[in-house]
Design a protein around this ligand. Sequence first.
Ligand SMILES: C[S@@+](CC[C@H](N)C(=O)[O-])C[C@H]1O[C@@H](n2cnc3c(N)ncnc32)[C@H](O)[C@@H]1O
Length: 215
Amino acid sequence: MKLNYKTFWRKSGLKGRWGEIYLSRLEKYKPKIFLEIGVFCGVTARNTCDYLFQVHRNNFNYTGIDLFGISKKSKEDEIEPKFLKNQKFSNPLKNLYYNYILKENLNSLDSVKNLLKRYKNNINLIAGDTNTVLHKIDLKNIDFAFIDGGHSYETVMNDLTILYQNLKGKNKVLLCDDYGKASHIPEVERAVNDFSKKRSLHINVIEDRFAEIII
Ligand SMILES: C[S@@+](CC[C@H](N)C(=O)[O-])C[C@H]1O[C@@H](n2cnc3c(N)ncnc32)[C@H](O)[C@@H]1O
């Protein structure tokens, strides 16, 4: 199957070849129940749903959690995309289209819902801080979690720990962005290392960027 990560004329955390590298991890595991932490403008969400639909038709489920503009409980050092501050585009046409014609905030629940509308029966989008949300939702059936939300040590450790408590011993996949040199965030690396060391889990570093852990 050809892996083609599309950007839908929006912003994505996975530009260029990174989108295809990400999709290759889905191809390897073919998860049915999927969690994305940090949805941003929904581009990876849409690519994930498109891929899972190709493989499983309507027999898949995607849950995405993001602050979607609401204030967070956690610290200020989450290292969020600068784009979120005032939706600045380097492409003037995009600026005109999204900020003046549509007046659409791409990191809003409504905008992402619209991008995913063809999968409305398969998706669950949640606005909130993972430091509270993950304690309230059922995580027991997740096959694959892409962890790309808050990037502070505290939040990454929170996200990994709660997923581990729900999924340990089930052979499930945790894929963390921004671990390796290609897009390094030291707090992410430290949290992933401390989490894995404590439980003697192996970290598979994918293309010097993603940390993949089987739990
Ligand atoms: C790097 S972006 C995610 C990129 C996205 N996965 C993609 O591939 O395009 C990080 C997102 O995490 C969200 N975020 C930051 N801290 C969060 C938290 N504590 N809980 C939930 N979402 C959070 C931000 O609002 C932002 O949209």
